[in-house]
Ligand binder design. Structure first.
Ligand code: NAD
Length: 259
């Protein structure tokens, strides 16, 4: 088995190099937009000019780059035999559409968060959305990340909100309330609320709260180290090798039964 890494010089990319090696799998090489930052990569790890060339020598390409690369990467990988493990976040509707198109031709595992813990939080949030009526239970999602993070709410918070919305059978965009400030009026019934905190070097904290007049249920997840995303992505790569074309999730990788 051979794995390639798109975004090999990035924060997650460098951890992926270590985790691919720790898994005893061959590292076929990588792509980067910043080859000047390639110092420290293993000597036998070639850099490729484009992802299609990398995919030619891989069974699986793990891609943690930037949303701007997704449409071109989807088109390139659809023409190869390599599976695609995609961790890049912040995708537009059009970029998501291109991922779906690629999945008609190759196996794709796409997750906003490759940590097994967050995958389970998403599953439980969906079950809570299904079981706890929106008229009685107010759903709120609170996240905190490091001070360099540029987008809010986090991709993971939105994915958890999406899971709650799925459980409730509603469209997240129609019920989403983000960043309340000033005279907001009372909480809208059925709203899914988001609050984003920023500070220090926090890797990622997510809390999901369901609060009624009589009780509160809180799911909490704390990521202590970015490495959890790399180990999860390598686990997904080992799982997806040789699978049929299609779009898979981290829930599939963990073997959770369909809801
Ligand atoms: P980073 O900026 O440290 O690294 C990005 C890498 O992609 C670099 O190697 C860079 O050279 C390359 N790159 C950037 N823009 C490119 C372009 N236009 N064309 C080709 N290569 C390009 O970022 P990071 O912290 O490693 O995160 C990368 C992505 O993964 C982000 O979208 C981030 O939100 C996401 N992420 C996902 C998870 C998850 O579990 N799904 C976890 C952490 C981060």
């Amino acid at each position: 088995m051979r794995i390639g890494i798109a975004g090999i010089t990035g924060r997650v990319g460098r951890l992926l190099v270590e985790e691919v090696q720790a898994a005893g799998v061959a590292l076929a090489g990588g792509t980067t937009r910043t080859p000047d930052r390639a110092a420290g990569l293993p000597p036998a790890c070639p850099l490729f000019d484009d992802i299609a060339a990398l995919a030619e020598v891989c069974d699986v390409v793990i891609d943690f780059t930037h949303a701007d690369t997704v449409v071109a990467n989807a088109r390139a990988l659809a023409g190869t035999k390599a599976a695609w493990v995609l961790g890049t976040t912040g995708l537009s509707a059009q970029q998501n559409e291109s991922v779906l198109k690629a999945a008609e031709h190759v196996a794709v595992v796409h997750a906003a968060n490759f940590s097994p813990g967050v995958t389970l939080v998403q599953r439980l949030a969906r079950m809570m959305g299904q079981a706890l009526p929106a008229q009685v239970y107010d759903a709120e999602i609170v996240e905190m990340h490091h001070r360099q993070k540029v987008d809010a709410p986090s991709g993971t918070a939105l994915a958890i909100g999406q899971a709650v919305a799925l459980g409730r059978g509603v469209d997240l965009d129609a019920v989403r309330e983000s960043g309340r400030d000033g005279h907001t009026g009372p909480r809208r019934e059925g709203a899914i609320g988001f609050a984003a905190l920023r500070g220090g070097q926090i890797v990622g904290e997510h809390d999901v709260l369901f609060t009624s007049a009589d009780e509160q249920i809180t799911l909490s997840h704390r990521a202590f180290d970015r490495r959890i995303f790399a180990t999860g992505a390598v686990r997904a790569a080992l799982w997806v090798k040789g699978r049929e074309a299609g779009l898979y999730s981290m829930e599939d990788v963990l073997g959770l039964p369909p809801l």
